[in-house]
Design a protein around this ligand. Structure first.
Ligand code: ZN
Length: 432
């Protein structure tokens, strides 16, 4: 049994609002590390909030992704996290999403208004106010709106409610066409939107906008156009895409097939995102013109990123983990321009490069025949100015790996590292 706490953190034993303490359980290992919030549904219930919201909130705050097991009432987030940290995040969730902003009592209910804003309504003091729509949880709630009983409306968001079949068909067609023509059509359709522009902006300008500032000319495609029309259009596309995924997720046969492979919910989710990244690359491959290929690829990847709330670095992870196989060299070559753009959108280049080196190690672990291609992979990414920080490369190579795989990959990388060192010496001599 979980310990009982006062909601909101007061230590008054007579306080009438109680909740069970969060129970976390670390599971899996390596890339499959995850933390189960064993009593997410129970904690949610005591807060009159769906366990899904609490789980999603913790995931967003801890910078990771989540799934929710409805039958068990358990949340699951990637990586190992201490129960104390989960409780801290839960307390923060309570402050931001449960307690009334005015009277501080956990007596609020939540609903979406006609403008698709999340509204709190306090039964204790009557205060009625808008939630923080800029938090990533807000987007999730819009897609999974609350019902009157502290759960989630079944059958997906009412995000698509009020839209005619015709509208949805058009959006779908626009999406499939891709490219500039689709953009125009989306913008046209967005004209009748009744959602205030600044809120839409806050909702839709996700992770990419944060990276938008630097090197404007080159990175423009990654930064998000925040004009009201464009944002509204993008939201609609996202919503349509979302309902499609929902539908696919409810396709039982699909899920069953994966279950039979012995994958749990979390792996299924991970695999799905990998599939979406792959689909984005395939969409780009279908373009004949090189420039259009990059543009379509960027657009498709951004759709995945926004829907799944992923950062460019996460996309690299899913690319390596879920897309690359024995043909990694060919795949990387085919999409190098796209990857360069993705790389430029990552905020910390050294971190990105270290991350990529780890991904290469993991890739060789999964596809052992790639061991002999390690120098080729490194050279490819080096020439593309992605793995271009010699400091990072040398440090990585000199670092003694405790794992057999790590040692194997470093050994395989030796010809490239030697070449790089010699090239380095040469250029130094020249400059003397
Ligand atoms: Zn109140």
């Amino acid at each position: 049994m979980a310990a009982v706490l006062n909601i909101g953190g007061s230590d008054d034993p007579a306080y009438r609002y109680k909740m069970p303490a969060v129970v976390g359980k670390q599971e899996g290992r390596g890339n499959g590390k995850k933390t189960v919030i064993v009593n997410a549904a129970d904690v949610g219930k005591s807060l009159k909030r769906p366990g899904e919201y609490l789980t999603k909130y913790c995931a967003v705050e801890l910078g990771t992704i989540s799934t929710f097991d409805k039958t068990q009432g358990q949340g699951c987030i990637t990586g190992w996290h201490e129960t104390k940290d989960l409780q801290d995040k839960t307390n923060k969730f309570i402050k931001e999403w449960v307690l009334c902003a005015k009277c501080k009592l956990p007596e609020t209910s939540m609903e979406l208004d006609s403008k698709k804003r999340i509204m709190f309504d306090c039964k204790a003091c009557g205060h009625h106010y808008v939630a923080d729509m800029s938090h990533k949880l807000a987007n999730y709630i819009l897609n999974n709106p609350p019902d009157a009983k502290g759960g989630i409306v079944q059958g997906g968001g009412n995000a698509s409610k009020g839209k005619s079949k015709e509208d949805r068909r058009k959006e779908k067609a626009a999406r499939q066409k891709g490219g500039g023509a689709a953009e125009e059509e989306e913008e046209e359709e967005a004209d009748d939107t009744n959602v205030p522009a600044n809120e839409l902006k806050e909702r839709a300008v996700g992770s990419f906008a944060e990276q938008g500032g630097e090197e404007e000319d080159e990175d423009q495609e990654w930064s998000v156009d925040t004009s009201a029309d464009a944002v509204a259009a993008r939201l609609r596309v996202q919503e349509a895409a979302y309902s499609k995924v929902e539908a696919a997720e409810q396709g039982i046969s699909d899920k069953k097939a994966m279950k039979e492979e012995g994958l749990d919910e979390f792996e299924i989710e991970k695999r799905k995102i990998g599939d979406e990244v792959r689909a984005a690359l395939e969409k780009s491959e279908a373009e004949e013109d090189a420039k259009a290929r990059v543009a379509v690829g960027v657009k498709a990847l951004m759709e995945v990123a926004q829907k799944r709330e992923l950062q460019p670095l996460d996309l690299f992870g899913f690319l390596f983990d879920g897309v690359l196989d024995a043909a990694a060299v060919t795949t990387l070559k085919a999409h190098m321009r796209l990857l360069q753009k993705l790389y430029k959108a990552t905020p910390d280049k050294k971190k990105t490069q270290s991350f990529l080196l780890k991904q290469i190690e993991a890739l060789v672990g999964r596809v052992p025949e790639l061991e002999k291609k390690v120098p080729t992979l490194l050279k490819l990414l080096y020439d593309a100015d992605i793995l271009d920080d010699e400091d990072v490369l040398f440090k990585w190579h000199e670092k003694e790996s405790k794992k057999k795989l790590g040692r194997k990959v470093r050994e395989a990388a030796a010809p490239f590292i030697t070449w790089l060192k010699e090239a380095d010496d040469d250029s130094e001599e020249e400059s003397d």
